[in-house]
Design a protein around this ligand. Sequence first.
Ligand code: ATP
Ligand code: MG
Length: 284
Amino acid sequence: MTSLLTAANVDASRADVGTAQAVRLRGVERSFPRSRGSHDVLRGIELDVGAGEIVAIVGPSGCGKSTLLRLVGGLDAPTGGSIQIAGSSVADVDERTAVAFQEPRLLPWRTIAQNVEIGLPRGTSRRDGRARVRELLALVGLEHAADQHPSEVSGGMAQRASLARALARNPGVLLLDEPFGALDALTRLRMHDLLLKIHAVEPTTVLLVTHDVEEALYLADRVLLLRTLADDTDAEAASIARTVAVPGIRPRDRADRGPADLRAELLEGLGVDTHHRTALEETR
Ligand SMILES: Nc1ncnc2c1ncn2[C@@H]1O[C@H](COP(=O)(O)OP(=O)(O)OP(=O)(O)O)[C@@H](O)[C@H]1O
Ligand SMILES: [Mg+2]
């Protein structure tokens, strides 16, 4: 593993993809039985995520984003199609993946360090575990809070502990379900840069569900829009309706006005009227 001393100098745009794993979805479907018939949530999901890639998933509420992440993590099984990580099928609660949610979900009776410890792979020796927890707490800037309990730390600190716990098992694929959604705007911006630092230091593939188009465009290599296809008005199941490749290398310039067209494309895909005019239209 990269030492934390050198990690501070790592260029976040050039993650070493050593332990990161590729994800492949083919014809993935998920439907839930109902008293009459079934509720088709996802259909025809085809996706290849390269090792070390950061892919953001946006889509209207209830379209199946969390369901999709749960499928990739093996927390739920598809009703059709296949999901592979590094060429082999995802098995229930796949140990190659780790998940972090909108709420940190820390155990209140354990300290921050003990909560991070929960994420360690089974069979980790006490000594290695202690060193690894210390290293992760340093990575997320929580060394000083190791012995505090979740009720004694801020929301942002709790969320950093949750990220450290997810990283503890060296996941090949990190699944993030609106991880910054409950944080204030400024903390969220700081967390973005922390995620990029983590991505550089602890090589992993990231699938990030977010409602925040800015966040998606700042962090991701590609942004997927999950929703029912416009030309399939009878369908209730969602598919990947659009894929947007985000230009520029990370860390990106937050003040860059360049991706305005992409932002508008995504927001309009989400059903938001942006009143956006392209550069060509501006000159008319
Ligand atoms: N275990 C389940 N049983 C039945 N229906 C479910 C189950 N899990 C999810 N669903 C349904 O699947 C659909 C998609 O849910 P999901 O939580 O994936 O949406 P989402 O895109 O993450 O929404 P949000 O943006 O609000 O978090 C919803 O209609 C939900 O009711
Ligand atoms: Mg969700």
